[in-house]
Design a protein around this ligand. Structure first.
Ligand SMILES: *Cc1c(COP(=O)(O)O)cnc(C)c1O
Length: 393
Protein backbone atom coordinates (compact mmCIF):
# COMPACT_ATOMS: atom_id res chain seq x y z
CA UNK A 1 0.00 0.00 0.00
CA UNK A 2 1.88 3.06 -1.28
CA UNK A 3 -0.60 5.50 0.17
CA UNK A 4 -0.17 4.21 3.72
CA UNK A 5 3.62 4.05 3.26
CA UNK A 6 3.57 7.73 2.24
CA UNK A 7 1.67 8.70 5.34
CA UNK A 8 3.96 6.65 7.56
CA UNK A 9 7.00 8.36 6.06
CA UNK A 10 5.45 11.75 6.81
CA UNK A 11 4.73 10.74 10.41
CA UNK A 12 8.30 9.46 10.84
CA UNK A 13 9.63 12.79 9.57
CA UNK A 14 7.58 14.67 12.18
CA UNK A 15 8.96 12.37 14.86
CA UNK A 16 12.54 12.98 13.75
CA UNK A 17 11.98 16.73 14.16
CA UNK A 18 10.49 16.29 17.68
CA UNK A 19 7.14 17.44 16.30
CA UNK A 20 4.95 14.44 17.07
CA UNK A 21 2.04 15.40 19.32
CA UNK A 22 0.62 12.96 21.83
CA UNK A 23 -2.64 12.96 23.70
CA UNK A 24 -3.12 11.93 27.30
CA UNK A 25 -6.51 10.71 28.47
CA UNK A 26 -7.64 12.50 31.62
CA UNK A 27 -9.89 10.47 33.92
CA UNK A 28 -11.13 13.25 36.19
CA UNK A 29 -12.93 16.63 35.72
CA UNK A 30 -10.97 19.62 34.43
CA UNK A 31 -9.25 21.07 37.53
CA UNK A 32 -5.69 21.80 38.70
CA UNK A 33 -5.54 18.39 40.37
CA UNK A 34 -6.40 15.63 38.01
CA UNK A 35 -5.63 12.03 37.23
CA UNK A 36 -4.10 10.56 34.10
CA UNK A 37 -4.04 6.77 33.93
CA UNK A 38 -4.29 6.51 37.70
CA UNK A 39 -1.50 9.06 38.21
CA UNK A 40 -2.24 12.26 40.18
CA UNK A 41 -0.95 15.44 38.53
CA UNK A 42 -0.97 19.16 39.22
CA UNK A 43 -1.88 20.69 35.87
CA UNK A 44 -1.11 24.11 34.37
CA UNK A 45 -2.59 23.35 30.94
CA UNK A 46 -6.21 24.33 30.72
CA UNK A 47 -7.87 27.57 29.65
CA UNK A 48 -10.37 27.15 32.49
CA UNK A 49 -9.13 30.47 33.88
CA UNK A 50 -11.85 30.95 36.48
CA UNK A 51 -12.20 27.32 37.52
CA UNK A 52 -15.79 27.10 36.25
CA UNK A 53 -15.45 23.86 34.23
CA UNK A 54 -16.14 21.77 37.31
CA UNK A 55 -17.88 24.44 39.41
CA UNK A 56 -20.76 22.72 41.26
CA UNK A 57 -23.32 25.37 40.24
CA UNK A 58 -22.37 25.15 36.55
CA UNK A 59 -22.41 21.34 36.62
CA UNK A 60 -25.83 21.41 38.33
CA UNK A 61 -27.11 23.84 35.66
CA UNK A 62 -25.89 21.49 32.93
CA UNK A 63 -27.77 18.64 34.57
CA UNK A 64 -30.86 20.83 34.85
CA UNK A 65 -30.47 21.86 31.20
CA UNK A 66 -30.42 18.21 30.13
CA UNK A 67 -33.56 17.54 32.21
CA UNK A 68 -35.31 20.53 30.60
CA UNK A 69 -34.14 20.24 27.01
CA UNK A 70 -32.68 16.74 26.52
CA UNK A 71 -29.28 15.79 25.21
CA UNK A 72 -29.16 17.15 21.67
CA UNK A 73 -30.66 19.96 19.59
CA UNK A 74 -31.53 17.68 16.69
CA UNK A 75 -31.05 20.21 13.88
CA UNK A 76 -29.34 23.40 12.77
CA UNK A 77 -30.42 26.77 14.17
CA UNK A 78 -32.34 27.71 11.01
CA UNK A 79 -34.32 24.47 10.98
CA UNK A 80 -35.55 23.45 14.45
CA UNK A 81 -32.40 23.32 16.60
CA UNK A 82 -32.63 26.86 17.97
CA UNK A 83 -33.86 26.48 21.55
CA UNK A 84 -35.29 28.83 24.17
CA UNK A 85 -32.00 28.49 26.09
CA UNK A 86 -30.05 29.68 23.02
CA UNK A 87 -32.15 32.85 22.77
CA UNK A 88 -31.83 33.47 26.51
CA UNK A 89 -28.07 33.13 26.27
CA UNK A 90 -27.87 35.40 23.21
CA UNK A 91 -29.92 38.07 24.97
CA UNK A 92 -27.80 37.87 28.12
CA UNK A 93 -24.54 38.07 26.15
CA UNK A 94 -25.77 41.02 24.06
CA UNK A 95 -26.75 42.86 27.23
CA UNK A 96 -23.43 41.98 28.88
CA UNK A 97 -21.40 43.46 26.00
CA UNK A 98 -23.82 46.34 25.29
CA UNK A 99 -21.69 49.00 27.09
CA UNK A 100 -19.14 48.53 24.28
CA UNK A 101 -21.30 48.18 21.17
CA UNK A 102 -24.03 50.17 19.45
CA UNK A 103 -27.36 48.36 19.10
CA UNK A 104 -25.76 45.16 20.41
CA UNK A 105 -27.00 41.72 19.45
CA UNK A 106 -25.30 38.34 19.94
CA UNK A 107 -25.27 34.97 18.23
CA UNK A 108 -23.86 31.73 19.64
CA UNK A 109 -21.74 29.04 17.97
CA UNK A 110 -20.64 25.51 18.85
CA UNK A 111 -16.97 26.55 18.90
CA UNK A 112 -14.81 29.63 18.62
CA UNK A 113 -13.18 28.11 15.59
CA UNK A 114 -16.51 28.15 13.77
CA UNK A 115 -17.39 31.62 15.04
CA UNK A 116 -14.19 33.00 13.50
CA UNK A 117 -14.84 31.25 10.19
CA UNK A 118 -18.36 32.70 10.26
CA UNK A 119 -17.32 36.30 10.97
CA UNK A 120 -14.68 36.44 8.27
CA UNK A 121 -16.73 34.65 5.62
CA UNK A 122 -19.82 36.77 6.33
CA UNK A 123 -18.00 40.11 6.33
CA UNK A 124 -15.23 39.23 3.90
CA UNK A 125 -17.22 37.71 1.06
CA UNK A 126 -17.90 41.09 -0.58
CA UNK A 127 -16.11 41.65 -3.84
CA UNK A 128 -12.77 43.32 -3.23
CA UNK A 129 -12.83 42.86 0.55
CA UNK A 130 -9.45 43.08 2.23
CA UNK A 131 -8.52 41.43 5.54
CA UNK A 132 -5.68 42.86 7.64
CA UNK A 133 -4.51 40.08 9.92
CA UNK A 134 -2.07 40.32 12.85
CA UNK A 135 0.96 38.09 12.51
CA UNK A 136 0.34 36.03 15.66
CA UNK A 137 -3.40 35.49 15.11
CA UNK A 138 -5.00 32.20 16.08
CA UNK A 139 -5.23 29.49 13.41
CA UNK A 140 -9.01 29.83 13.20
CA UNK A 141 -8.67 33.45 12.05
CA UNK A 142 -6.08 32.48 9.46
CA UNK A 143 -8.39 29.74 8.18
CA UNK A 144 -11.37 32.11 8.24
CA UNK A 145 -9.50 34.59 6.07
CA UNK A 146 -8.63 31.83 3.60
CA UNK A 147 -12.20 30.57 3.49
CA UNK A 148 -13.48 34.09 2.81
CA UNK A 149 -11.24 34.15 -0.29
CA UNK A 150 -10.56 37.81 0.42
CA UNK A 151 -7.21 39.53 -0.08
CA UNK A 152 -5.18 39.04 3.09
CA UNK A 153 -2.44 41.38 4.32
CA UNK A 154 -0.50 40.27 7.39
CA UNK A 155 0.82 43.04 9.66
CA UNK A 156 3.57 42.46 12.26
CA UNK A 157 2.86 41.68 15.90
CA UNK A 158 1.62 44.90 17.59
CA UNK A 159 2.57 46.76 14.38
CA UNK A 160 0.26 49.75 14.59
CA UNK A 161 2.37 51.88 12.22
CA UNK A 162 2.58 49.08 9.64
CA UNK A 163 -1.17 48.58 9.82
CA UNK A 164 -1.74 52.32 9.44
CA UNK A 165 0.30 52.30 6.23
CA UNK A 166 -1.57 49.27 4.85
CA UNK A 167 -4.97 50.82 5.59
CA UNK A 168 -3.97 54.16 4.09
CA UNK A 169 -2.89 52.41 0.89
CA UNK A 170 -6.01 50.26 0.61
CA UNK A 171 -8.84 51.11 -1.77
CA UNK A 172 -10.90 48.06 -0.81
CA UNK A 173 -14.62 48.80 -0.34
CA UNK A 174 -14.68 46.50 2.72
CA UNK A 175 -11.76 46.54 5.12
CA UNK A 176 -11.52 44.12 8.04
CA UNK A 177 -8.82 44.30 10.68
CA UNK A 178 -8.68 41.14 12.74
CA UNK A 179 -6.69 40.42 15.89
CA UNK A 180 -6.50 38.26 18.98
CA UNK A 181 -6.96 40.47 22.07
CA UNK A 182 -4.83 38.25 24.33
CA UNK A 183 -2.29 36.32 22.26
CA UNK A 184 -2.84 32.68 23.04
CA UNK A 185 0.79 31.54 23.11
CA UNK A 186 2.32 34.75 24.56
CA UNK A 187 -0.29 36.19 26.91
CA UNK A 188 0.30 39.79 25.86
CA UNK A 189 -2.46 42.19 24.81
CA UNK A 190 -3.06 43.72 21.39
CA UNK A 191 -2.98 47.54 21.34
CA UNK A 192 -6.73 47.67 20.80
CA UNK A 193 -7.29 51.42 21.42
CA UNK A 194 -4.77 52.31 18.69
CA UNK A 195 -6.16 49.66 16.34
CA UNK A 196 -9.71 50.91 16.86
CA UNK A 197 -8.71 54.52 16.22
CA UNK A 198 -7.18 53.42 12.90
CA UNK A 199 -10.26 51.41 11.98
CA UNK A 200 -12.56 54.35 12.69
CA UNK A 201 -10.36 56.65 10.61
CA UNK A 202 -10.32 54.24 7.65
CA UNK A 203 -13.88 52.87 7.87
CA UNK A 204 -12.69 49.39 8.71
CA UNK A 205 -14.20 46.69 10.91
CA UNK A 206 -12.19 45.70 13.95
CA UNK A 207 -12.77 42.02 14.66
CA UNK A 208 -11.55 41.20 18.18
CA UNK A 209 -10.99 37.55 19.09
CA UNK A 210 -11.28 37.67 22.88
CA UNK A 211 -11.01 33.92 23.49
CA UNK A 212 -8.68 34.47 26.45
CA UNK A 213 -10.08 37.79 27.64
CA UNK A 214 -13.80 37.10 27.98
CA UNK A 215 -14.52 36.43 31.67
CA UNK A 216 -11.00 37.29 32.79
CA UNK A 217 -10.48 40.94 31.71
CA UNK A 218 -12.39 43.99 32.87
CA UNK A 219 -13.87 44.76 36.28
CA UNK A 220 -17.04 42.85 35.38
CA UNK A 221 -15.42 40.17 33.21
CA UNK A 222 -16.82 41.63 29.98
CA UNK A 223 -13.38 41.14 28.47
CA UNK A 224 -10.91 43.17 26.43
CA UNK A 225 -13.37 45.90 25.40
CA UNK A 226 -14.11 46.60 29.06
CA UNK A 227 -10.41 46.40 29.98
CA UNK A 228 -9.60 49.13 27.43
CA UNK A 229 -12.93 50.95 27.88
CA UNK A 230 -13.77 50.85 24.15
CA UNK A 231 -17.05 51.43 22.39
CA UNK A 232 -17.58 51.66 18.66
CA UNK A 233 -19.95 50.64 15.86
CA UNK A 234 -16.84 49.30 14.05
CA UNK A 235 -16.32 46.55 16.63
CA UNK A 236 -17.15 42.89 16.02
CA UNK A 237 -16.49 40.97 19.21
CA UNK A 238 -15.92 37.22 19.52
CA UNK A 239 -15.78 35.56 22.93
CA UNK A 240 -15.39 31.86 23.62
CA UNK A 241 -17.46 29.95 26.14
CA UNK A 242 -15.22 26.91 26.64
CA UNK A 243 -12.38 28.77 28.35
CA UNK A 244 -13.13 31.14 31.26
CA UNK A 245 -16.85 30.38 30.96
CA UNK A 246 -16.05 26.72 31.60
CA UNK A 247 -18.51 25.00 29.22
CA UNK A 248 -18.20 25.04 25.40
CA UNK A 249 -19.01 27.21 22.42
CA UNK A 250 -18.55 30.84 21.49
CA UNK A 251 -20.48 33.96 20.61
CA UNK A 252 -20.22 36.98 18.40
CA UNK A 253 -21.57 40.32 19.63
CA UNK A 254 -21.88 43.28 17.30
CA UNK A 255 -24.39 45.71 15.82
CA UNK A 256 -27.68 43.88 15.19
CA UNK A 257 -27.27 44.23 11.41
CA UNK A 258 -23.91 42.39 11.51
CA UNK A 259 -25.49 39.56 13.49
CA UNK A 260 -28.45 39.35 11.10
CA UNK A 261 -25.99 39.14 8.19
CA UNK A 262 -24.29 36.20 9.91
CA UNK A 263 -27.58 34.38 10.39
CA UNK A 264 -28.40 34.88 6.70
CA UNK A 265 -24.98 34.30 5.21
CA UNK A 266 -22.46 32.53 7.46
CA UNK A 267 -22.16 28.94 6.30
CA UNK A 268 -20.37 27.81 9.50
CA UNK A 269 -23.56 28.88 11.30
CA UNK A 270 -26.14 27.67 8.82
CA UNK A 271 -24.84 24.23 7.86
CA UNK A 272 -24.20 22.65 11.23
CA UNK A 273 -26.24 21.18 14.04
CA UNK A 274 -26.95 23.63 16.84
CA UNK A 275 -25.10 23.00 20.09
CA UNK A 276 -27.19 21.22 22.74
CA UNK A 277 -29.48 23.78 24.43
CA UNK A 278 -28.43 22.26 27.78
CA UNK A 279 -25.00 23.84 27.24
CA UNK A 280 -26.60 27.24 26.70
CA UNK A 281 -28.62 26.71 29.88
CA UNK A 282 -25.44 25.91 31.86
CA UNK A 283 -23.77 29.00 30.40
CA UNK A 284 -26.46 31.23 31.91
CA UNK A 285 -25.09 30.15 35.30
CA UNK A 286 -21.48 30.72 34.15
CA UNK A 287 -22.49 34.26 33.18
CA UNK A 288 -24.12 34.85 36.57
CA UNK A 289 -20.84 33.87 38.23
CA UNK A 290 -18.61 35.84 35.83
CA UNK A 291 -20.65 39.04 36.20
CA UNK A 292 -21.21 38.76 39.97
CA UNK A 293 -19.13 39.11 43.12
CA UNK A 294 -17.77 35.56 42.86
CA UNK A 295 -16.37 36.28 39.40
CA UNK A 296 -14.67 39.45 40.65
CA UNK A 297 -13.13 37.50 43.54
CA UNK A 298 -11.92 34.77 41.19
CA UNK A 299 -10.33 37.35 38.86
CA UNK A 300 -8.61 39.01 41.81
CA UNK A 301 -7.23 35.66 43.00
CA UNK A 302 -6.03 34.84 39.48
CA UNK A 303 -4.21 38.19 39.27
CA UNK A 304 -2.48 37.49 42.59
CA UNK A 305 -1.39 34.06 41.29
CA UNK A 306 0.13 35.67 38.19
CA UNK A 307 2.13 38.02 40.42
CA UNK A 308 3.22 35.18 42.70
CA UNK A 309 4.35 33.01 39.78
CA UNK A 310 6.37 35.75 38.10
CA UNK A 311 7.98 36.81 41.37
CA UNK A 312 9.07 33.21 41.97
CA UNK A 313 10.90 32.74 38.66
CA UNK A 314 14.71 33.00 38.62
CA UNK A 315 15.47 32.06 35.03
CA UNK A 316 18.73 32.79 33.25
CA UNK A 317 18.58 31.14 29.83
CA UNK A 318 14.86 30.65 29.35
CA UNK A 319 12.73 33.73 28.65
CA UNK A 320 9.53 34.71 30.41
CA UNK A 321 8.33 37.74 28.45
CA UNK A 322 6.07 40.28 30.12
CA UNK A 323 2.49 39.04 30.48
CA UNK A 324 -0.12 40.19 32.96
CA UNK A 325 -2.63 37.54 31.93
CA UNK A 326 -3.14 33.92 32.96
CA UNK A 327 -1.01 32.84 29.98
CA UNK A 328 2.62 32.74 31.14
CA UNK A 329 4.95 31.32 28.48
CA UNK A 330 8.44 30.07 29.29
CA UNK A 331 10.26 30.34 25.97
CA UNK A 332 12.98 27.71 25.60
CA UNK A 333 13.79 27.72 21.88
CA UNK A 334 14.63 24.26 20.57
CA UNK A 335 11.85 21.71 20.19
CA UNK A 336 13.74 18.90 21.90
CA UNK A 337 14.77 21.01 24.89
CA UNK A 338 11.18 22.18 25.36
CA UNK A 339 10.01 18.57 25.21
CA UNK A 340 12.66 17.51 27.73
CA UNK A 341 11.64 20.32 30.08
CA UNK A 342 7.99 19.28 29.81
CA UNK A 343 8.94 15.66 30.50
CA UNK A 344 11.07 16.74 33.48
CA UNK A 345 8.13 18.55 35.05
CA UNK A 346 5.83 15.63 34.29
CA UNK A 347 8.23 13.36 36.13
CA UNK A 348 7.65 15.53 39.20
CA UNK A 349 3.88 15.35 38.81
CA UNK A 350 3.58 18.80 37.17
CA UNK A 351 1.80 18.96 33.84
CA UNK A 352 2.70 21.88 31.54
CA UNK A 353 2.33 21.49 27.77
CA UNK A 354 5.32 21.98 25.48
CA UNK A 355 4.20 24.05 22.46
CA UNK A 356 6.14 23.67 19.24
CA UNK A 357 5.89 24.92 15.66
CA UNK A 358 3.67 25.38 13.73
CA UNK A 359 1.63 26.58 16.74
CA UNK A 360 4.49 29.01 17.54
CA UNK A 361 7.26 30.37 15.25
CA UNK A 362 10.37 28.20 14.65
CA UNK A 363 12.99 28.30 17.44
CA UNK A 364 10.48 29.61 19.99
CA UNK A 365 9.27 26.28 21.39
CA UNK A 366 7.98 26.91 24.86
CA UNK A 367 6.25 25.70 27.95
CA UNK A 368 2.82 27.29 27.99
CA UNK A 369 1.90 27.76 31.62
CA UNK A 370 -1.73 28.70 32.19
CA UNK A 371 -2.96 29.68 35.62
CA UNK A 372 -6.49 29.31 36.94
CA UNK A 373 -8.40 30.79 39.86
CA UNK A 374 -8.68 27.18 41.01
CA UNK A 375 -4.92 27.10 41.69
CA UNK A 376 -3.46 28.01 45.09
CA UNK A 377 -0.44 30.17 45.88
CA UNK A 378 1.37 26.99 46.93
CA UNK A 379 0.63 25.43 43.52
CA UNK A 380 2.25 28.27 41.58
CA UNK A 381 5.19 28.55 44.01
CA UNK A 382 5.84 24.83 43.49
CA UNK A 383 5.83 25.25 39.71
CA UNK A 384 8.15 28.29 39.78
CA UNK A 385 10.63 26.43 42.00
CA UNK A 386 10.54 23.37 39.73
CA UNK A 387 11.21 25.54 36.64
CA UNK A 388 14.12 27.34 38.32
CA UNK A 389 15.68 24.03 39.25
CA UNK A 390 15.02 22.38 35.90
CA UNK A 391 16.67 25.18 33.90
CA UNK A 392 19.96 24.49 35.67
CA UNK A 393 19.99 20.74 34.95
C1 LIG B 1 -9.28 28.69 21.64
C2 LIG B 1 -9.24 29.80 20.65
C3 LIG B 1 -10.17 29.86 19.60
C4 LIG B 1 -11.09 28.74 19.28
O1 LIG B 1 -12.10 28.59 20.24
P1 LIG B 1 -12.74 27.15 20.46
O2 LIG B 1 -14.02 27.43 21.15
O3 LIG B 1 -11.77 26.39 21.29
O4 LIG B 1 -12.93 26.55 19.10
C5 LIG B 1 -10.16 30.98 18.78
N1 LIG B 1 -9.27 31.96 18.98
C6 LIG B 1 -8.35 31.93 19.97
C7 LIG B 1 -7.40 33.06 20.13
C8 LIG B 1 -8.31 30.83 20.82
O5 LIG B 1 -7.39 30.78 21.77
Amino acid sequence: MDMIANIDRLLLELDERSLTRRRRAVDTPCAPRLEVEGRPLLAFCSNDYLGLASHPAVVAALREGAALYGAGSGASHLISGHGRAHTQLEDRLAEFESPHLDNARAITFSTGYMANLAILTALGADAGAEIFSEQLNHASLIDGARLARAQVKVYPHAGVAELAALLAASTAPTKIVVTDSVFSMDGDLAPLPALLALCERHNAWLVVDDAHGFGTLGANGRGALEHFDLRSPNLVYMGTLGKAAGVAGAFVAAHASVIELMIQRARPYIYTTAAPPALAHALLTSLDIISGAEGAARRAHLASLVGRFRAGLRLERWQHPPSSTAIQPIIIGANDEALRAGAGLYGQGLWVPAIRPPTVPADTARLRVTLSAAHTHEDVAQLAAALNQLERT
